[in-house]
Structures are given as structure tokens and as C-alpha cells.
Design a protein around this ligand. Sequence first.
Ligand code: ZN
Ligand code: ZN
Length: 274
Amino acid sequence: MSVRFFYKDIEFEGISEGGIRTCVIVKKFNLMFDIGYIHPERIHIPNVLLTHAHIDHIAGVPYYISQRSLRKLSPPNIYVHREIYEKLEQILKLFSELEGFDYEYNLQVVQGNETIFLNNNHNFKALLSNHRIPSQGYTIYEHVKKLKPEYLGLDGRDIAQKKMQGENLVNELDIPMVSFSGDTTIEYVLQNKDVMESKILFLECTYIDEVRSTSHARSWGHIHLDEIVQYASCFKNEKLVLMHFSKRYSARYIKEIVYKKVPDFLRDRVHCFL
Ligand SMILES: [Zn+2]
Ligand SMILES: [Zn+2]
């Protein structure tokens, strides 16, 4: 059974359970973040953005590629951290040999300031995160053109005339729309302005109470709810969607603790992906 979350015209669908499975599909952008499992009816989504190689985030890769090859769907694009590339390639080659047919896919490293285009108006980048193995989150940007402030008072005819004269009337900018953390410590948020300012931030929150402390969370490369509370003023997001909760907690308990701990000014913007 999948979880759904809507923000304006963007629908997020999937499951995120700490240590068990994470896969969040964004139909609007034709992509999924991680593939710790895959519903057979979502095989047609052609882009996968992998955060890291823990099995709860990556287990579905061979199945996904195999199914797409059998169904004669186009080779999917699978984006990865550079440290993952070679070993994943070897694994896929072995699976392909075991299955006795060719796996078709484009495995691609994303790193640094590289921009990958999704469509005319949207692109994404990988921002390094901080986990026990090489990892990165992803931020999807909307490319917008805004009239320069000095032209704001002009009417349509003046604007058209200036355009005809070849004047550049607009500033072009990329607005961070969606960030997806994968598994990480809180530094992924604190060190990336675009993550703090994304309209929607899917953020891991593996631990929430004192049984597993903040230092425990940090030593395993995860975030504790107490750190989200501690840095609450950093979150400029319209929606902060918490995911990847440990299975030691029930959904009811998670909602209760999150509601209790998160300060008023952030509470209305927080959503638990459960
Ligand atoms: Zn995980
Ligand atoms: Zn992990």
C-alpha cells in the first residue's frame, strides 16, 4: 500500500520505512527517488535518482531494469553518486548474465554543479549528503523568467516594443522546488541553502525519541527529530515532509511525538510521510 502526498499540482507516491524500503515517485517529473522496492505498475517511470547504495534504497534496480527490458520499454536513466557507478554496473552485468538476456539502461553519474534537464522548465542537481557511505540528495529546480524590476511599471505595449528593440527584459532563475535527502545527517540541510529554501523538502527523520538519542542517530548517519526542532528556524520550506522513520515506532506514536516536539511556527508545514 502506497502513501500519497500532494503539494499543489505535484503528487508524491511511495513508501519510506527506515532500513526497510524507500521509493518516492513524482509523476509530474516522470521520476522516482530511490528504488528500495518497486510496484510492478510503476515500472514505466523512466528516471531513477539514487541517493546511496544501502539495500533499502537500491534493491529494486535489477528487477526494474529486467522488467523494462522484458516489456520493451525504453532504457531507463539511473542517476548515481560517482562512487556507486562501477560496482552497480558490475552487479547489473552479472544479473544480466544470470537471466540470459541484455539489460538496457543508462547509468549516469551526477556530481558537482552539473545540471540535468528533465523538461523545458525543470532540471535537477545532486547535492552531497552526509551518511556512512557515499551519498547525495537531489534538488529539482523550476526555471523561470521574471521581468526585471526596472520594467515592472511598463504596460504590455511598451514591453513588446522594447522586446522588438532587442532589450533583455527578464532575469532567468532556477527556483528550488523539491529536495529529497535520502539518508543523511542534519548537515545536508544546514550546508545547502537550496535545500532549506526548497518549496518541498522530503527529509529523513529516522529517530524521534530518547531511546535512540541524537548522538546515536548521528553516529549512524541519520537525523533525530530533536535536531529538526533545534534548527527549526532554518527550514524555509512550504512543506517539510518527514520520512524514513525507524520501524520501531508506530505511525500513531510518530504523529503524536512530532506534533508535541515541533514548534508552533513550523508545525503546520510539517507532514509525516506515513
Ligand atoms: Zn535507509
Ligand atoms: Zn542508508
